[in-house]
Design a protein around this ligand. Structure first.
Ligand code: MOS
Length: 745
């Protein structure tokens, strides 16, 4: 397909503003008379609030103080359900739960005051592990501590074990992970009874915050306005939690009658906001002597923390991805998201899939070993092909060639030669080298009927000067929304990107295009942008003002003439779910996603056996994501995702004490720096997806899924260590290597 701007690395739409410092982030904004807001939080994991005491030498009468009693309507942060309070009223259910809000014009005095509020809590017994939650040591949520459970059944697992020559079991764990966006969270609110509530801030989902504020204030929808300011990264961390900060800022603004700004510093952001769900996965896999899967039984658990938030959705994606890109006739997946007295875990790039894919891809290397096959041979014999069915019984209609992609990734990384060479070299010296890989898929868009329910909308308008404006609720957070939307619209209209303007997401101005999550922006919303562009072009052509083969001047001329004759030139489109995609929510079966990204990642590591330090030395990422809209941005998505995956695998260890993160600083919560990230070699295969804009599928979350298991498999290859848990801390690896040395592995 001949393209003008699709497939070209046009510069980032907002890039100039960002590099010159003109881009306006929430903390760059001030309003006259503005106060600063702060949050006083519970130190206890669970208990009854007995009193709130304002102590010390603080001029308390100068402060605006908000507690649960000041909430005009419902005390909740509405998301899927309404279990999470905006401010704890009688009970606290996790450490760092917000109880009191303060505002003052002097932010230094505010900080002093925050330390002098004493929340008196009568402690109740709390639980902190998936095991204790399942054992119902205490019932802390609902009747059984279970937020959600799913059951996937394909074929007959119970009747299949006899056909297996080998049965391999294993248990795998992943830890919590902090999103570590560059810009911490923050919001500014203006609020009064007459005009309603307006908030500006750093966020992914303007309409999530909008919904939460409508419930909290009990105001009509048009009296609540949410505006996204320039957002310095989200990674899922700015999906649900911004609604909480928006609510807090708005309550303080309403009570004080002044604009209120709340900006979290890094420490508060790390300890109080959401992280990736910790997980535990058990596998039982039946395989024939020839290496064919006959049965897979998977038990997948995530720790949701104290409130439901998005745990059902995270669990859903993790469940559906748990059996990977393989064809197995008999599969059972049981999964549960359980409650603990930890701050709620939430959305983080990959949304459950990085957890269950880590377990699967690490497990399959162990299965290969048990069967006596090379890891790549075991995968090759079981890779899904067009026309076969995934675990949720979805028939794959894409032209998928996982075997070919694996061959390419192994060739590019020199896998076979290195495996042979390392096996010899590792016999001497303190440094061991290893190479490993993971094969995986990632569904783009909301799961099952999700997109149908969202029914996303996009609008577009053209000006008399022939400029085209995209009106969408999708947010730019560094990942490239503005640029790819401009490319998609420009391509459809035969224009350059300079002709396209992307309106700042503002619920008073843009329709609800759904949340900016789930690898859905390019594929789902981008397709609506493409359709809206045709909706602009059509009346111009039909009125005879725009001729085939037009150029930019012709387009400008046609817009001027059209608007002069007929008035505004606008288009509006709404998502329509493809008729041939069917999802059965009750049996968790069917077309889980319209399309998948497919990938094979290879990691090479070195391990210093004296310090148990692991370095990732080389990384090859081969993926098929449909047509690549902007090669530089797409490669950036993969590189960033792999870097986060390196952190997930090796460094990012949240230390919990009684449900509190105790290493909430970047000095002791170690993330990879540029020194720790290997060269990341990114390769795309491009098979255009007929329903994606110009053939594009989703890309954003994919790289998180395969990076950690590829690294863990490489560590196992280097040392023989049976890695079951990430992050792989040196002390744990040291023990595993000692077990290998002493023959106990
Ligand atoms: Mo996401 S983790 O779908 O913001």
């Amino acid at each position: 397909m001949e393209t003008r701007v699709i497939g070209k690395s046009v510069p980032r739409k907002e890039g100039r503003e960002k590099v010159t410092g003109r881009a306006v982030y929430v903390d760059d904004l001030t309003f006259p008379g503005m106060l600063h807001g702060a949050t006083v939080r519970s130190e206890a994991p669970r208990g009854r609030i007995r009193g709130i005491h304002f102590e010390g030498d603080i001029p308390w009468d100068e402060f605006t103080v908000v507690t649960a009693k000041d909430i005009p309507c419902q005390n909740c942060i509405a998301l899927l359900i309404e279990d999470q309070p905006c401010l704890a009223a009688e009970n606290v259910n996790h450490p760092e739960e917000a109880v009191v809000l303060l505002a003052h014009v002097d932010k230094y005095l505010l900080e002093e005051a925050r330390k002098r509020v004493r929340i008196e809590i009568e402690p109740l017994p709390a639980i902190f592990t998936i095991e204790d939650s399942l054992a119902r040591k205490e019932i802390i949520w609902g009747e059984d501590n279970i937020f959600k459970s799913f059951r996937v059944e394909k074929g007959n697992v119970d009747g299949a074990w006899d056909a297996a020559d080998f049965i391999v079991e294993g248990e795998y764990e992943t830890g919590a992970q902090e999103q570590l966006y560059i810009e911490p969270q923050g919001m500014i609110a203006k609020a009064n009874a007459e005009e309603g509530v307006t908030v500006w801030g750093s966020l992914q989902c303007p309409y999530y915050a909008h919904k939460a504020l409508v419930r909290l204030f009990g105001l009509p929808k048009d009296r609540i306005r949410v505006v996204q300011t320039e957002t310095g990264g989200g990674f899922g961390g700015k999906e649900e939690y911004p609604s909480m900060i928006a609510a807090h800022a708005a309550l303080l603004a309403m009570k004080s009658g002044k604009p209120v700004k709340i900006i979290y510093d890094r420490a508060e952001d790390m300890v109080a906001t959401t992280k990736r769900h910790p997980s535990r996965t058990r596998h039982r896999t039946g395989v024939t002597r020839e290496g064919k899967f006959v049965a897979m039984e998977i038990d997948f658990m995530v720790d949701g923390g104290a409130y439901e938030t998005l745990s059902p959705v995270v669990l859903s994606r993790g469940t559906i991805h748990a059996a990977g890109p393989y064809s197995c006739p008999n599969v059972r997946i049981l999964s549960r998201a359980v409650a603990t007295n930890m701050p709620p875990h939430g959305a983080f790039r990959g949304f459950g899939a990085p957890q269950s894919v880590f377990a699967l891809e690490r497990h399959l290397d162990r299965v290969a070993k048990a069967v006596g096959l090379e890891p790549e041979e075991l995968r090759r014999r079981n890779f899904i092909r067009e026309g076969e069915t995934l675990a949720v019984s979805q028939v794959v209609k894409e032209k998928v060639d996982m075997g070919g992609m694996m061959d390419r990734a192994l060739a590019l990384s020199d896998y076979h030669a290195k495996r042979r060479r390392f096996a010899v070299e590792n016999l001497s010296g303190p440094i061991r080298r290893g190479i490993g890989f993971a094969a995986f898929l990632h569904g783009a868009g909301f799961t099952g009927s999700g997109e149908e329910y969202l029914a996303s909308e996009v609008a577009m308008e053209a000006t008399r000067e022939g400029k085209v404006r995209v009106l969408a609720g999708s947010t730019e957070m560094g990942q490239g929304t503005n640029t790819i939307f401009a490319q998609i619209a420009a391509e459809a209209l035969r224009l350059d990107c300079e002709h396209i303007e992307i309106l700042q997401p503002d619920t008073a101005m843009v329709p609800n295009s759904g949340p900016t999550v789930a690898s859905r922006t390019a594929m789902i919303v981008g397709k609506l942008v493409e359709a809206a562009a045709r909706g602009i072009e059509r009346p111009l052509v039909e009125s005879g003002l725009l001729r085939a083969g037009y150029d930019a001047a012709g387009f400008e001329e046609a817009c001027r003439a059209y608007i002069d004759q007929f008035g505004p030139l606008k288009a509006f489109v709404k998502y329509e779910h493809p008729k041939d995609l069917h999802w059965d929510d009750e049996h968790y079966r069917g077309d889980a996603y319209g399309a998948y990204g497919w990938a094979v990642y290879v990691a090479e590591v070195s391990v210093d056996t004296r310090t148990a330090e692991v370095r990732v030395e080389d990384f090859v990422a081969v993926q098929e994501v449909g047509k690549v809209i902007n090669p530089v941005l797409a490669a950036g998505q993969i590189e960033g995702g792999v870097a986060q995956g390196v952190g997930f695998a090796l460094y990012e260890n949240v230390v919990w004490r009684e449900g509190r993160m105790v290493n909430g600083q970047m000095t002791n919560y170690v993330m990879p720096t540029s020194m720790d990230v290997p060269p990341i070699r990114v390769f795309f295969e491009e098979i255009p997806y007929e329903r994606g804009p110009a053939g594009a599928k989703g890309i954003g979350e994919l790289p998180l899924d395969g990076t950690a298991p590829a690294i863990a498999n490489a560590i196992a290859n280097a040392t023989g260590a049976d890695v079951r848990r990430i992050p792989v801390m040196p002390e744990a690896l040291m023990e595993m290597m000692e077990a290998v040395e002493s023959g106990h592995a």
